[in-house]
Ligand binder design. Structure first.
Ligand code: PMP
Length: 400
């Protein structure tokens, strides 16, 4: 689809082409100045509300000082951000790579894993999403969506994701199979989200204990665990980071999206410094726009607000409230409601019903998206007031 000379992906009706004219908190407006409650946060980006004034102001202040860094050096605000970010992550994750977006950071983590481990295989999970470049695509995504782009990156491939419905026996079988693969000692890294798939719109929850169990098995066979917290990070799931739900320490964690609340493009891989020390020269970890001082100012302020306001506490409570309200709708049209914090999936009877509800909701002033065709992935700004959430939920209820 081409609109205004810009190329868009054709979303085949899953989304509406949205000419965004302004945005504030939990509300967005189109170019006709129609107002919508936003249940997407731009897909887990504006967790602190659209155009958070404190974050935007931090960018303005930094613009008065310096906007660009050097490839071969550092800038005070970059150093400050690295210090503050590593201070809130597990102690072992003590070094950051400067990157610009989720995809780039995932690709960097894969490169580092190959160089560090001297192994080639990388494992992801089916129907997950880690980006649109060749290795990140090869990790997950939908088989048929990759056909025309093939061949992707050799030896990067997904296995089945053990979602919560597989039951104890199914989960044990998954762990056995997983261990068999890793016991070959040729897998450089496993890449996964932290207990929920946020990237491709299925909002599938992992079987409880998934992350800690695979952590153990990776450790046993010298495989690195890379956790993609592009969607789950920054209070989205009711903790500052998703890894905290099972107290797992990965070898690398990938952060983007909510990291700067949308005020600037920035991402990072935070990992154990021993890994980077070994791998950084051969992995060539440089990025011209990685961590511009402007982006660091946005990220620093974003982190400060999450910590100051303990945003995750509210996100957990509001998420519970949303699930409770939506669960009352389970019946002939709604099959299930589940989630972690304010990352919530509503599965409809089929794609047709999902589409009908989404379109009706849109016509009534609620902006929400379907990821997988029959699933609405609800991810409002975490700072949405109860009134705003109720307004959106009332619309959904009415549409059913
Ligand atoms: N990982 C996950 C879990 C994501 O949701 C996304 C984006 N939807 C990415 C990686 C890629 O991030 P970006 O679009 O910033 O490249």
């Amino acid at each position: 689809m081409i609109e205004n000379s810009i190329v868009y992906r054709e979303f085949k009706g899953k989304y509406d082409y949205f000419p965004l004219s302004r945005a504030d908190g939990a509300t967005i407006w189109d170019k006709e100045d129609r107002e919508y409650i936003d249940f997407t946060s731009g897909w887990n980006v504006t967790n602190l509300g659209w155009n958070n004034p404190e974050v935007n102001q931090a960018v303005i202040e930094q613009a008065k000082k310096n906007v660009q860094g050097l490839l071969w050096g550092s800038e005070p605000i970059q150093e400050e951000y690295a210090r503050q970010l590593t201070a809130v992550l597990p102690r072992e994750l003590d070094a950051c790579v400067k990157t610009t977006g989720g995809t780039e950071a995932v690709e960097v983590a894969i490169k580092v894993a190959r160089v560090y481990s001297n192994r080639k295989k990388i494992i992801g999970f089916k129907n997950s999403y880690h980006g649109q470049l060749f290795a990140s695509l090869a990790l997950g995504s939908i088989e048929k969506e990759r056909e025309k782009l093939a061949p992707l990156v050799p030896l990067v491939a997904p296995i089945d994701f053990p979602h919560e419905d597989i039951g104890q026996a199914g989960f044990e079988k998954f762990l056995d199979d997983f261990e068999k693969i890793l016991s070959q000692k040729d897998v450089a890294a496993v890449v996964t989200e932290a207990g929920i798939i946020t990237g491709w719109g299925s909002t599938l929850l992992a079987y409880p204990g998934f992350l800690s169990k695979i952590r153990e098995i990776c450790e046993k066979y010298g495989t690195l665990l890379i956790v993609d917290e592009v969607g789950t990070g920054f209070s989205r799931t009711g903790k500052l980071f998703g890894i905290q739900h099972e107290n797992v320490v990965p070898d690398m964690i990938v952060l983007a999206k909510g990291i700067s609340n949308g005020a600037s493009a920035i991402s990072t891989v935070v990992g154990k410094s021993a890994i980077f020390e070994d791998a950084f020269i051969d992995a060539v970890l440089i990025s011209t726009f990685g961590w511009t001082p402007l982006a660091c100012a946005a990220a620093l302020k974003t982190l400060e607000i999450h910590l100051r306001d303990k945003v995750w506490v509210d996100a957990a409570k509001k998420g519970k409230y949303i699930v409770e309200r939506l669960s009352k709708l389970v019946g002939d049209k709604v099959v299930s409601v589940r989630g972690m914090g304010m990352e919530i999936g509503v599965r409809f009877k089929d794609a047709e019903v999902a589409q009908m509800v989404r379109q009706k909701a849109f016509a009534n002033g609620l902006h929400a998206v379907l990821g997988q065709a029959d699933n609405m992935q609800i991810m409002p700004p975490l700072t949405s007031s109860h009134e705003e959430l109720d307004k959106g939920l009332d619309i959904l209820e009415k549409c059913l």
